[in-house]
Design a protein around this ligand. Structure first.
Ligand code: BDR
Ligand code: CA
Length: 307
């Protein structure tokens, strides 16, 4: 089975992506490295541990950086709840995170699974950037690197120009996009093109399964928020990225282009700048997901929820 390491900041849509990964038989999760992002690190770590407990999965959880590399950032508690899981006051998991720092775990696991590792980043790229600074040879050991992040034509979700994961820690994103020669990128615009009707999604959440019940409770606030803000479809950025990671053949349209991260712009800090016409002469460092098989995505989504 393919060893899979997930860097994540759970987070309601991270949770869906993780349930999807837990459910996959062709991959073996070797660790969850946890980033700060949607909410603070103490919550994202606790949420990861809780989700493992609910799903009956025993994978090591590594706490990472508690803040961006350089600048303070704002979280997304207004989307995911103050605790990142909808403020349901769930009973904490009994298991604790590992003592090893996430950045060190990423490096160690890259050695243990050199040439085979599938690395998937679903949150701000702080831990991956730190790992890369500690050891710039990291990319040579990663077989494939999938990132959820960016807004490829500039329709951001946290600022007019930038997507949350990149905008939270643009310096980290820049280090990662410059340090990894090949990134499979699932951006916010792909997310928006692969929604599910709310009433259909809510039917799946009524399934008689522990996972569906738990997901129903932690996603309630976010779904209400999304209903008001984004119309009648439910979108899950991290779940789409995970579907693409687990089943790359589901991609029906891809675009390979150079992508750079803006860190200086007054209005555009955190933007992903795609050189569509390849004018700058930089190599194509990203393979951008444009379209994914919606039926395959739905199958994985329902399986993840036991629906
Ligand atoms: C990304 O930001 C977070 O709020 C989500 O978990 C996802 O990773 C979408 O912009
Ligand atoms: Ca996330």
């Amino acid at each position: 089975r393919i060893p899979l390491l997930i860097d994540t900041d759970p987070g309601v849509d991270d949770a869906l992506a993780l349930l999807m990964a837990f459910d996959d038989v062709r991959h073996r999760i070797v660790g969850l490295s946890i980033a700060a992002g949607n909410v603070g690190l103490e919550h994202t770590v606790a949420n990861a541990l809780k989700l493992c407990e609910v799903a009956g999965v025993d994978v090591p959880v590594f706490a990472g950086c508690a803040s961006p590399l350089l600048h303070p950032a704002r979280d997304a508690a207004y989307v995911h709840g103050r605790d990142g899981f909808g403020d349901t006051a769930y009973a904490k998991a009994t298991r604790q995170p590992q003592a090893e720092h996430a950045a060190l775990a990423i490096l160690r696991l890259s050695h243990e699974h050199a040439g085979q590792l599938l690395l998937v980043a679903l949150g701000p790229l702080t831990n991956v950037a730190l790992a890369l600074k500690l050891d710039p040879t990291l990319p040579s050991r990663v077989a494939r690197f999938v990132v959820m992040g960016g807004a490829i034509t500039g329709h951001g979700n946290i600022t007019p120009a930038a997507e949350f994961n990149i905008a939270f820690d643009p310096e980290a994103a820049r280090i990662v996009f410059e340090g990894f020669p090949h990134i499979d990128l699932a951006d916010w615009e792909a997310t928006m093109a692969h929604g599910f009707a709310h009433d259909e999604f809510e039917r799946w959440l009524q399934a008689d399964s522990t996972k569906a019940r738990f997901y129903d409770s932690i996603s309630k606030k976010t779904r209400d928020w999304a209903n008001d803000r984004r119309g009648d479809h439910w979108h899950s950025a991290d779940a789409l990225a995970m579907a693409y990671a687990l089943e790359p053949d589901g991609a029906s349209e891809l675009a390979e282009r150079p992508v750079a991260i803006e860190i200086d712009g007054r209005h555009t800090r955190g933007a992903t700048i795609v050189d569509w016409r390849r004018e700058g002469g930089a190599p194509d460092n990203c393979r951008i997901l444009m379209r994914y098989d919606q039926a395959a995505f739905e199958r994985r989504m329902r399986a993840a929820l036991g629906a």
